[in-house]
Ligand binder design. Sequence first.
Ligand code: DCP
Ligand code: MG
Ligand code: MG
Length: 376
Amino acid sequence: MCEVAPILQARIVMLVDLDYFYAQCEERRNPSIKGKPVVVCVYSGRTEDSGAVSTANYVARKYGVKSGIPISLAKQKLKDVDAVFLPVDKEFYREVSDKIMEILRSHGDSFEQVGIDEAYLDVTQRTKGNHQEAEKLAETIKDDVLTRQQLTCSIGVGPNKLVAKIAADIQKPDGLTLVRPEEVESFLSPLPVRRLVGVGKKTEKKLETLGVRTVGQLARLDVQRLIEVFGRKLGTYFHNASLGIDDEPVQERSEPESVSRISTLKEDTRDLAVILDEAYRLCDEVHSRLFQQGLVYRSVSIYVVAGDLSVHSRSKTFENPTSDLETFRKTVKELYEKFLSESDVEARRVGVKVSNLTKKEELQKQITNFFGSSRH
Ligand code: DCP
Ligand code: MG
Ligand code: MG
């Protein structure tokens, strides 16, 4: 009888990245700026124009405006154009991001958010490892995000995270790039080494001295030579990366310390019914997230952001953890009532948060251990 080697199941992994994210959020909030160059800025406050560009829409990019350049330079590049410069509103982008991540999470067998605007999905099981199915699913995800949150994204599909990430960047905005396992080599080899995660300016320079500019040239370089120059760990990584080899699983980052949602009201108000209407919706979202991750909570907080951007909060901590939605809603109601009776602030944004989180299974283990040991 011959030994059968275990066959590693080929995976299908996606990277979804939202297009010109902060600027697209601003366009969604104020559609009249669409079509103009939109530049979102972090103003440092020293002088009127000091600070850096956070991101810009694709109209502004045509003028050479991009993330990281000084605001003054962006203004110079756009000086004869009717351009829009806006300050970052991270809280608003976070709100939009949270909603989109919830949509994305529902489309993957596993899910891993890696920044405010991107996430990996492993879709091997739900597509039965079929690339055509994966392409259809990617289209569905793009439609879903667009219909429910009015934002476009670009998706890369590949056999692992490394290839998916590079593929997502190839066609932007509103792109979809699929790389089958047999296409990995021809896909990667003409690309500049800078496209590989972990290759920055310094590494690029070093590789250039070795006569390496493209991923293909890197792949042909002797791995021992790479190890001599970069050390074992990095050298091996670069070698594998150039061949499109990457076994990193798609997995949710470690458990969150808290889960929260915040939302902007249509107008500033002190009306409990209006506040609760929104707050309960947020409770549902938080609860569904807890449910998906099998988490229970012990503390509930509410937030109010006033018109002057001051932030107010109230919290309550229970003796025992719970996952109950009714308890959550009831506590949120009590806390808002308390807040309104103690303060005369009008709410512009309202938020809810649960913290002191534990995994449900952990809790069950603790209970079993407790009762198990107390019987002896
Ligand atoms: N960002 C930032 N400063 C940077 C890079 C990014 O503040 N130097 C913020 C603004 C971006 C967001 O992070 O909107 C997401 O970063 P991306 O690299 O995904 O860039 P964009 O989404 O803006 O554009 P793209 O369409 O290229 O994804
Ligand atoms: Mg993006
Ligand atoms: Mg991104």
